[in-house]
Design a protein around this ligand. Sequence first.
Ligand code: UGA
Length: 447
Amino acid sequence: MAPLRITVIGTGYLGATHAAAMAELGFEVLGLDVVPEKIEMLAAGRVPMYEPGLEELLAAHVAGLPGSTGRLRFTRSWEEVGEFGDVHFVCVNTPQKHGEYACDMSYVDSAVESLAPHLARPALVVGKSTVPVGSAERLAAKLAALAPAGADVELAWNPEFLREGFAVQDTLHPDRIVIGTRGERAEKVLREVYERPIAEGSPLVVTDFPTAELVKTAANSFLATKISFINAMAEVCEAAGGDVAKLAEAIGHDERIGSKFLRAGIGFGGGCLPKDIRAFMARAGELGADQALTFLREVDSINMRRRGHMVELAREAVGGAFLGKRVAVLGATFKPDSDDVRDSPALNVAGQIHLQGGQVTVYDPKGMDNARRVFPTLGYAESAVAAARGADVVLHLTEWREFRELDPVELGAVVSDRLLLDGRNALDAGQWRAAGWTYRAMGRPRA
Ligand code: UGA
């Protein structure tokens, strides 16, 4: 039997990584995007975002690059994709709708509508995007109506759990593979696609459409809840004089709780967790199950409070008002090892302080270009030391390794006041205090 030919529709974070990973697994892959610049960059082996390991994978497989396997190509042609593929992965994004909680499905719908008329032979369409439950059923009906091959075109739902910054690793070695299907053929094909990770031990969960869709939103909701839980504990710790870092360490020793995702700080952001919990609430409302998810409203509001609280701590630290004060902000991305500033708590805090009259200077190892684009009126510096020069307070808002490795003595020599607020509970308090800094962290006692 000839090896499966795979197409990947949408080459953002998810799609670019998935396409490269499929080539790495040995398949012939054709990636499609409607944005010409993305296709041109990828075809030249360049990655449109910062993602460790992805460029190396492209170099190994993109056709035309010296020494590559040539298994990975890119196109803008739906016709070519339809002709080429046995399996079509839909990897387009599903952002939050403007001014609403609900998810914007227009990219998924338009991908399926553009692809379907070119499906003239048996094929499997696989949804990977995060969608409201019920979408797969709706899209299956759309495919059946629009694809010339009719019932020979099947749909499966196969949610993606990759984390930015670990996208390659998570795609090649997923901690589980979830397949929602209505038929055995789809399962058989996807078992073939994921043969290697399954053989290497990734558990496989086969289920129906709605469960597969829900697994993804449930997983992200659980993660968001865990972070907001520890941040709620941080609020109580601050009021009671406790130490949330010790509390997290202690409860994390209970295997039923686990130590991961218990870092208190300025909260979660990014293109997934915040919009996914909101879309989940909106969808539950449509289904008449909104009561089941009212706790997510609280999860969201605890999370948003963290940003305001960081601004308050900073205001207090500089004497009650930001006007005329210099504030150094270390970190702009929503988390380290990413250049993504979407719904970034760090950039939000920097922006709020700027709007309240503070003179803000931001430095981030990888997120400067995106941050400048989103918030051009903030000040930017080319290094942590340059950002801190003359600062009345330094805010640590994204826990990049580079910041953990900063020399407090060197930084102490350039600031106006040795005052550090750690919004990620990630720096070594003892080391900073020993260098003469006042170190404060969220949810922990002041020394
Ligand atoms: C998240 C999920 O972790 C992935 O499994 C999922 O596939 C992805 O969303 C998605 O839906 O596509 P990601 O958005 O890359 O991945 O980021 P996370 O590593 O989950 O971090 C989210 C936010 O939580 C970051 O802002 C991070 O700083 C914050 N966080 C994380 C905390 O504040 N405390 C913690 O203990 C952990």
